[in-house]
Design a binder for this molecule. Structure first.
Ligand code: TYD
Ligand code: MG
Length: 458
C-alpha cells in the first residue's frame, strides 16, 4: 500500500498545493485551500490521459470525422445535446434538488435501452427499489432493461462497468460517489476531483457515454459542479421553477455541439413530457387586454419562442421604492427603469416595480428589454397595449432601441402564433423586410423608446 500524504486543494479551482497557503497560487482566491489526505500518487497524475504519439498536421488535412451520436429518443434532450450523447463523452447534468434530473436521465436511458444499448444506472442517492419505483411510474418501454447499481463506492462502479461494458452509464449523483484512495468524505473537493478524474478516464478508454448528475448548492460550499465543468465535455443544466410544471434543459458548454440550445419539457404524473411548441404553453393563461402584460419573442439557441412579461407598478409606500424581478435580470430591470424615467418621460423612480416572466420561464437575453419597458409603462398608465402586438429589441442607456440577433426567427414565431403587429428595432425591421415580410403582418420599426411608446399605445 502506497504511503498516504496530505495535499491542499483549492475549493474554487481544485488546484493542488503541497502546503497550506492563505491564497490559492493558481486562481488567487483567499482562504480556499483545504487539507486532503491522499494515498499513493496524486489523482491528477494517475488520471492523466495517455497521449498516443502526437503528430503535427496541416489544418486542411485533418478530416472532419463526424462525431458518432447516440440519440436518446427524447427529441428535446437530443436537441440540447446537439443530436445525442457521444461515445466516450462525459456530460454533467446539474440542477436543483427535486427538479427532475433523475427522471430525465431515466427516460433518456429507457430510450437508449429500447434501441438495444446496454445502459447502466448507478445510484448513490437512492436505493435500487426507489429507482425502480420511479421507473415503473414512468411507464416508458425500455425502462425494464436499465441495469441498476445502488452504490456509493467508485470501485463498485468501475467493477460493474468492467463486467457489463455498457454503452452508456450515469452516476446519480457525483457527490455521493467515494473513492477509497482519498481519505476525505464523499462530496468534498478532494473526492470530487479524484472520482471525476477516474470516471472521465474510464469513459474515454471504454468509449462509453457517461452522464454525471450533480447538485447545485446555493451557498457554493461544495465546489463540485464548478470544478467539474472544466473537466467534462458537456455541461447541461436542468432548470425550472418547482411551483411550475415546465422545465428547460440547456447546454452551457458543449465540445461536440452547439451551446445555448434548449429542450423544453413539462413534468407530468408519468414523467417528463416533451413540449415541441413552448410558445403555446407559455401563452395559455395570458390575460387579454390587461395593462402591464406584453408578449415578447425571445431566442433560445436556434429557436424563437414567445413568452409573456408582466409588470406591476404601484406607488412606493416605504422610504425607497422596491424592485422585484422574477425570471428576469434584476439589475437589467433597474437600468430600464432609469432609462424610462430619464429618456422617455415615464416617471417610475418613486414607484414599486414588480416584473416577471409568466409560467416560470427565465429570460436573460437583451431582446426582452423593449417589451419589459413597455410593460412597465403600460402598468403605470393602466392601459393595455394594442391587441395582437408583440415587441422585442435591446434598449440602450440613451433610450435608443438597438437591433438584436435572429430577428427573422422572432417575427416568424410571432406571426405563427397569430400576432400581427410587431414592434422591433428599425434596423431589424429593414433586415426582415428585405427578406420579404410575412403577409398580413405589420412591422413597426422603432429607433427609440419614445417612438416605441407612441406606437404601442395608439
Ligand atoms: P427527480 O427526478 O427525483 O428529481 P432530482 O433527481 O432532480 O432530484 O424528480 C423530482 C420531482 O419530480 C419529485 O418531486 C416528483 C416529481 N415527479 C413527477 O411529478 N412525475 C414523475 O413522473 C416523476 C418521476 C417525478
Ligand atoms: Mg435525483
Amino acid at each position: 500500500m502506497a504511503k498516504s500524504r496530505t495535499v491542499y486543494v483549492c475549493a474554487e479551482c481544485a488546484a493542488e498545493a503541497p502546503r497550506w497557503m492563505g491564497r490559492c497560487p493558481a486562481c488567487g482566491e483567499w482562504n480556499t485551500l483545504g487539507a486532503h489526505v491522499v494515498s499513493g500518487g496524486s489523482a491528477g497524475r494517475r488520471a492523466a490521459p495517455s497521449v498516443e504519439t502526437a503528430r503535427v498536421e496541416r489544418l486542411a488535412d485533418v478530416a472532419p470525422g463526424g462525431v458518432e451520436r447516440l440519440p436518446t429518443g427524447l427529441a428535446e434532450l437530443d436537441r440540447a445535446l446537439g443530436g445525442g450523447l457521444v461515445p466516450g463523452g462525459v456530460s454533467l447534468l446539474g440542477g436543483d434538488p427535486g427538479i427532475g434530473k433523475s427522471t430525465l436521465v431515466m427516460q433518456a436511458f429507457a430510450g437508449l435501452a429500447r434501441q438495444g444499448r446496454v445502459v447502466l444506472y448507478a445510484s448513490g442517492e437512492e436505493s435500487a427499489e426507489q429507482v425502480a419505483l420511479r421507473g415503473r411510474r414512468l411507464e416508458a418501454s425500455g425502462v425494464g432493461d436499465i441495469r441498476l447499481l445502488a452504490t456509493t463506492a467508485l470501485d463498485d462502479f468501475e467493477a460493474a462497468v468492467d463486467a457489463l461494458s455498457p454503452d452508456v452509464a450515469v452516476v446519480d449523483s457525483i457527490q455521493t460517489l467515494r473513492s477509497a484512495a482519498v481519505a476525505s468524505g464523499a462530496g468534498t473537493v478532494g473526492q470530487l476531483r479524484e472520482v471525476s478524474a477516474r470516471l472521465i478516464a474510464l469513459a474515454k478508454t471504454r468509449s462509453m457515454a457517461l452522464v454525471l448528475i450533480g447538485h447545485v448548492t446555493k451557498d457554493g460550499a461544495i465546489a463540485g459542479p464548478k470544478v467539474l465543468e472544466h473537466l467534462v465535455d458537456t455541461v447541461l443544466s436542468f432548470e425550472g421553477d418547482r411551483s411550475h410544471a415546465f422545465r428547460v434543459v440547456r447546454a452551457t458548454k458543449n465540445r461536440f455541439g452547439p451551446t445555448h440550445e434548449v429542450g423544453v419539457f413539462e413534468m407530468a404524473q408519468d414523467g417528463l413530457r416533451e413540449v415541441p411548441d413552448p410558445s403555446a404553453l407559455f401563452l395559455t393563461e395570458r390575460p387579454r387586454a390587461a395593462a402591464g402584460s406584453l408578449v415578447v419573442p425571445v431566442v433560445e439557441g436556434s429557436r424563437a419562442l414567445l413568452v409573456e412579461v408582466q409588470a406591476l407598478v404601484a406607488p412606493a409606500v416605504y422610504g425607497s421604492a422596491r424592485r422585484v424581478a422574477t425570471g428576469l435580470d434584476a439589475s437589467r430591470l433597474a437600468v430600464l427603469l432609469a432609462v424610462l424615467d430619464r429618456k422617455a418621460g415615464v416617471h417610475v423612480l418613486d414607484q414599486d416595480v414588480f416584473a416577471s416572466v409568466a409560467g416560470g420561464a427565465r429570460v436573460t437575453e437583451r431582446g426582452v428589454d423593449l417589451a419589459l419597458a413597455l410593460a412597465v409603462a403600460s402598468s403605470l398608465r393602466e392601459r393595455p397595449v394594442g391587441a395582437g402586438l408583440v415587441a422585442f429589441g435591446e434598449v440602450g442607456l440613451a433610450g435608443e432601441v438597438r437591433a438584436v440577433q435572429r430577428a427573422e426567427a422572432r417575427v416568424d414565431e410571432a406571426v405563427k402564433l397569430g400576432f400581427r403587429r410587431i414592434l422591433l428595432p428599425a434596423l431589424n425591421a429593414e433586415q426582415v423586410l428585405a427578406r420579404g415580410a410575412a403577409p398580413g403582418s405589420e412591422l413597426v420599426g422603432v429607433r427609440s423608446l419614445a417612438e416605441a411608446l407612441e406606437a404601442a399605445f395608439d
